[in-house]
Write a protein that binds this ligand. Structure first.
Ligand SMILES: [Zn+2]
Length: 406
């Protein structure tokens, strides 16, 4: 990627890279409370040295233990702060970091100690340029994003609800000569289908029976077929059980029927299916669940069985065209002004920080702000140091533009 002039002064880049190497040398795998505390303390010290007041809160991890949550605040954090979120934990334990040319090979270099170092480098760059960082800037760094997300979800919900902007400092992606930013995340709704037909002897009274199995299979095929490619909604039928009611209702006890000749002469009277639907916008979610409800009614009628569709947990989507869109556009413009290409990922899979907010349609969210690399969650993880430089400058440019009016 062309980079015509130095965007981050050499000493700031060297200092940030050195800090990142040190952060990566601290082993902070999820669940390693001691390592996570060391990691939180190190980041807190760096932020305190830059004028933020940082505290490490012992949070109940929902499992009887306590894990450190790092919250750092600028001098003017009020009810509607500019919130940055990230995580302190890594999937693997640390091994000795290795600098090689433009790459830093280290556990968490990409996911996502690179993002934390980027923030600190951007704060230094702002000072170097004589610019103010937003006084209402707040960092929330959680200890369990890679595992239960128990603390993450609660912390993001609590601190981001009133945020004027939420910036997620997870890595973007390398895409040929370009890099990405994340504007959209799918939400999901879990569902369960319960079917009751009419049992009969398949030899003596076949036509009297109403097969729950045939109904659920028909339903499942049509539900899957509703899935739309591209940004559309998708339906996944994850599990299906059908057979006679003893078999379905007492699967643990009756699974041994499978593979035998027993009860093959019974027209199935019981079936269960469960799965989820995923979608990028709230209206898509409402629409796909309504389609499933109509399908349920129609199949029940056609097969003359009773079918009940119920909803389970729901995770709201982050709409790429929602309130974060103008900020994503702003960030891509800032990158273009520095001579590089930032593309917007409108549809990143997986559930992450942005989905933790009760109503993501009310908060401008931009994700994937941190530098790119490859090998996330493996021993081949590395961070592209050229990307680190670009992203330090990008975040500094963005923070300068988002400076509070005070
Ligand atoms: Zn991550």
């Amino acid at each position: 990627m062309p980079q015509t002039h130095e965007v981050v002064p050499r000493e700031i880049l060297a200092k940030t890279t050195q800090l990142l190497v040190e952060l990566c040398a601290i082993s902070s795998a999820s669940g390693d409370s001691e390592g996570l505390r060391a990691m939180a303390a190190r980041v807190a010290a760096e932020l305190s040295a830059r004028g933020l007041s940082a505290e490490i809160l012992p949070e109940d991890d929902g499992d009887g233990g306590s894990m450190p949550l790092l919250v750092a605040r600028g001098p003017r954090v009020g009810e509607h702060p500019l919130v940055l979120v990230g995580h302190l934990d890594t999937v693997l334990d640390a091994v000795a970091p290795r600098l090689e040319g433009d790459r830093l090979w280290a556990t968490g270099a990409l996911d996502m100690k690179g993002g934390l170092a980027m923030l600190i480098g951007a704060l230094d760059l702002l000072v170097h340029r004589g610019q103010q960082s937003p006084g209402d800037l707040m960092l929330v760094a959680v200890p369990d994003e890679e595992v239960s997300g128990f603390i993450s979800e609660r912390a993001v919900r609590r601190w981001s609800e009133g945020a004027r902007v939420l910036l997620v400092i997870e890595p973007g992606e390398a895409r040929g000569d370009a890099e990405t930013l994340v504007a959209g995340r799918r939400g999901l709704t879990e569902w369960k289908l319960d079917v009751t037909g009419r049992a009969s002897h398949s030899g003596l009274a076949y036509w009297y029976g109403r097969s729950a199995l045939a109904a659920v299979a028909d339903w499942a095929a049509q539900a899957q077929a509703m899935s739309e490619s591209g940004p559309g909604a998708t339906v996944n039928v994850a599990r299906m059980v059908a057979g006679d009611s003893d078999f379905v209702n007492g699967l643990a006890m009756h699974h041994a029927l499978l593979g035998t000749s027993r009860r093959r002469n019974v027209v199935s009277d019981r079936a269960l299916a469960e799965g989820e639907a995923r979608y990028l916008t709230p209206p898509d979610g409402v629409r796909i669940m309504a389609q499933l409800a109509r399908l349920t009614e129609r199949i029940a009628e056609e097969h003359e069985v009773t079918m009940a569709l119920s909803h389970g947990i729901s995770v709201p989507p982050v709409d790429p065209k929602g309130p974060g869109a103008p900020i994503a556009a702003r960030v891509t413009r800032l990158a273009a002004e520095r001579g590089w290409t930032l593309e917007v990922e409108e549809d990143r899979g997986g559930i992450s920080f942005p989905n933790y907010i009760a109503d993501p349609s009310k908060v401008p969210i931009v994700d994937g702000l941190a530098p790119v690399g490859d090998g996330m969650h493996t021993r081949e993880e590395y961070l592209d140091l050229r990307s680190l430089e670009r992203r330090i400058a990008l975040l500094a440019d963005l923070l300068a533009e988002l400076a509070d009016p005070a």
